[in-house]
Ligand binder design. Structure first.
Ligand SMILES: *[C@@H]1O[C@H](CO)[C@@H](O)[C@H](O)[C@H]1NC(C)=O
Ligand SMILES: *[C@@H]1O[C@H](CO)[C@@H](O)[C@H](O)[C@H]1NC(C)=O
Ligand SMILES: *[C@@H]1O[C@H](CO)[C@@H](O)[C@H](O)[C@H]1NC(C)=O
Ligand SMILES: *[C@@H]1O[C@H](CO)[C@@H](O)[C@H](O)[C@H]1NC(C)=O
Length: 165
């Protein structure tokens, strides 16, 4: 069981490292993806960003101001962010224009994506741990039964269907 404790704390450390690595990876690549946005449906990056902004109700990396540093913003030259930044609960008047920033989602997407990924990873980790514990309990039960069987003659009779009665 001591061995088991060492193994599981090592496993937890590996998972924590993994979570940090994923977080770092998201933070690095999200900037690249925002820069490759071009607002067309044929562009996978654009579809991904529009989807994330709508689903997580966020805009930009840290806030909507980040759009001002993207290629798409510089090329469209109308002082707007994508429509997917528009809050849906305020009606259909939102065009994504930065002259009405109150119509846009105020939260940045980076923190929300990281939070969502962490939730999913925690779920996976807890599920894996639960199965590991169940398996260990199963092995423990089997062990108890086998150990008892070798020591308790009455129990052995019961199991081998001895002619008792
Ligand atoms: C990633 O970005 C989030 C949100 O901006 C920040 O809180 C976090 O510290 C960053 N993580 C890393 C590993 O840079
Ligand atoms: C957007 O990017 C896709 C591929 O990434 C390309 O096929 C498409 O022509 C681009 N659209 C514009 C308007 O630049
Ligand atoms: C957006 O975030 C930047 C820093 O990341 C900050 O300087 C700027 O004031 C923020 N803009 C708004 C409208 O909150
Ligand atoms: C700004 O330009 C982009 C790209 O041409 C377009 O998709 C968007 O609808 C325009 N926004 C406004 C408010 O005109």
């Amino acid at each position: 069981m001591g061995q088991c404790g060492i193994t599981s704390s090592k496993t937890v450390l590996v998972f924590l490292n993994l979570i940090f690595w994923v977080e770092n990876e998201v933070n690095i690549s999200i900037k690249k993806v925002y820069d490759e946005y071009n607002g067309t449906n044929s562009n996978a990056q654009s579809r991904a960003i529009d989807y994330i902004q709508r689903q997580l109700q966020c805009c930009g990396i840290h806030n909507y101001s980040d759009w001002q540093n993207t290629h798409w913003y510089e090329e469209s030259k109308n002082n707007s962010v994508p429509i997917s930044c528009c809050r849906t609960n305020i009606g259909s008047s939102c065009t994504g224009s930065l002259t009405h920033p109150e119509d846009l989602y105020q939260e940045g997407c980076e923190a929300l994506v990281v939070k969502k990924l962490k939730e999913i990873m925690m779920y996976v980790i807890w599920t894996a741990l639960t199965f590991a514990v169940i398996q260990m309990l199963g092995m423990l039960c089997a062990c108890v039964v086998l150990c008892r069987r070798s020591r308790d003659p009455a129990y052995e009779l019961l199991i081998t269907g001895g002619t008792y009665a």
